[in-house]
Ligand binder design. Structure first.
Ligand code: SF4
Ligand code: SF4
Ligand code: SF4
Length: 422
């Protein structure tokens, strides 16, 4: 058992494994506001890594509709209920304003590790509160998620009293999920074979296929349910962070660090992946011009998924603007209101950094902004908003320029002879 500092909780916490940190950490930002649930990311991962026998049900990348959906079904509702049972009424944040080392205040409840101290699972003591999903729960990703419901209690009928587009009486949003390559992985801590390890070079969490015996303790302990059991090989598998690509072994990009398959294929341009530098205690080292550092620690527009679970996930989300705030605060923590404000009325730098998403598949290590002319001004919700046509320049691992893009899209005028051409 180690005492570690979890910056997402704003406090130290108990972690049932040795503390060790990589020099740099695989991390990513997903902008939920832009996802169209086309599942291209899902298929890019599937066709690259999980097309073999025994992997049929595996979707290392999945996109689910909230609040109805989940893969495995109801994974988060189940775990949140278990946590509430373990620590009734006390899974709360202290409501303090952000301060260095505590960007979301302090979580006063229990993490999955702390709550496990007294809890005995079906097979004895657990290192983390968790459960093993049933086969049925894994079987249907996206089951009924986007299906209109009929009147309550009546089968096979469409609800004709429902509202019409473009006005909805209900809400939903898409949640994109891969392994979070957590700083304090529950899967790793729970493995009795010590078959799971975090790579010292980039913090990617992998399962050693030789050491694993398929006990599925990782599946039980991972709060995000991202390790999956292969019934053919009888060992567990999980997202590998496309490590050959991030290492720079992708020939298409000429051997430079390249974003993962699910990131690079994103049609909605919602994804940005890279690395962040860590100090010896696992806290992020200031790196002002790294786009991930900027979005997460300076603009605070992207937030961790269920930080209260305590694994310190390295996946961050720009929350959707239209969903109820209470629901979002439970999912992304107390930073939700500030993050939505920062996204809805972005400042000059945030607007420029948001242009970096999916302009290239080579990993961006640094950006610079060249100031441009002011082109527009308005008021949004009582606040002044100014649009500058700045140019943001992305740099790669050796400081080489990757691309540059302006905030305002260029105007293309079709020549008169092609006015009716498509
Ligand atoms: S998301 Fe789950 S599988 Fe991935 S590192 Fe975290 S605990 Fe392990
Ligand atoms: S990072 Fe690679 S292995 Fe992981 S979900 Fe994305 S495509 Fe699949
Ligand atoms: S490819 Fe992008 S837009 Fe399409 S479902 Fe995946 S994350 Fe969403």
């Amino acid at each position: 058992m180690s005492q570690v500092y979890n910056w997402q909780l704003g406090r130290p916490m108990a972690y049932p494994y040795e503390e060790k940190h990589p020099a740099r950490q695989f991390a990513f930002v997903f902008n939920t506001n832009r996802c169209i649930a086309c599942q291209t990311c899902t298929m890019a991962c599937k066709s690259t890594w999980t097309f073999a026998k025994g992997q049929e049900y595996m979707w290392w990348n999945n996109v689910e509709t909230k609040p109805y959906g989940g893969y495995p079904q109801n994974w988060d509702v189940k775990l949140l209920s278990m946590m509430e049972e373990t620590n009734p009424g006390a899974q709360v944040w202290n409501g303090a304003p952000p301060e260095p080392g505590k960007p979301y205040g302090v979580f006063e409840g229990k993490t999955i590790f702390e709550a496990a101290e007294k809890r005995i699972g079906p097979e004895g003591g657990q290192v983390a509160v968790g459960y093993l999903p049933t086969e049925a729960e894994w079987r249907h990703p996206n089951f009924y998620e986007d299906t209109a419901v009929g009147p309550a209690g009546v089968r096979n009928q469409i609800n004709s009293a429902g509202s019409q587009l473009p006005e909805h009486k209900t809400w939903f949003f898409y949640l994109q999920r891969i392994c979070n390559h957590c700083t304090y992985p529950a899967c790793l801590a729970a493995c009795p074979r010590q078959a799971i390890y975090k790579r010292p070079e980039d913090g990617i969490v992998l399962i050693d296929q030789e050491r694993c015996r398929g006990y599925r303790k990782c599946m039980e302990a991972c709060p995000y349910k991202k390790p999956m059991y292969n019934g053919t090989t009888r060992v567990s598998e999980k997202c590998i962070g496309c490590f050959p690509r991030v290492e720079g072994k992708e020939p298409i990009t000429g051997g430079v660090p390249t974003e993962t398959r699910c990131m690079a294929s994103c049609v909605g341009q919602i994804r940005l992946q890279g690395f962040v530098n860590l100090g010896p205690d696992g806290r992020w080292v200031e790196d002002r011009k790294n786009p991930l550092y900027y979005l997460i620690h300076i603009a605070k527009v992207a937030l961790p998924l269920y930080p209260q679970f305590g694994t310190e996930p390295n996946g961050f989300y720009i929350p959707p603007r239209w969903a109820p705030r209470g629901y979002l605060r439970q999912m992304f923590g107390p930073g939700v209101d500030a993050a939505i404000d920062a996204y809805t009325i972005p400042d000059r730098e945030t607007l420029a950094v948001l242009q970096l998403f999916r302009r290239d598949q080579r990993i961006i290590f640094r950006y610079e902004i060249e100031p441009g002319e002011k082109v527009f001004e308005t008021t949004i919700r009582g606040r002044k908003f100014e649009l500058y046509n700045d140019t943001v320049i992305a740099f790669g691992h050796e400081g080489q320029e990757l691309f540059r893009v302006a905030v305002e899209e260029p105007f293309m005028v079709r020549p008169a002879q092609h006015a009716n051409s498509i």
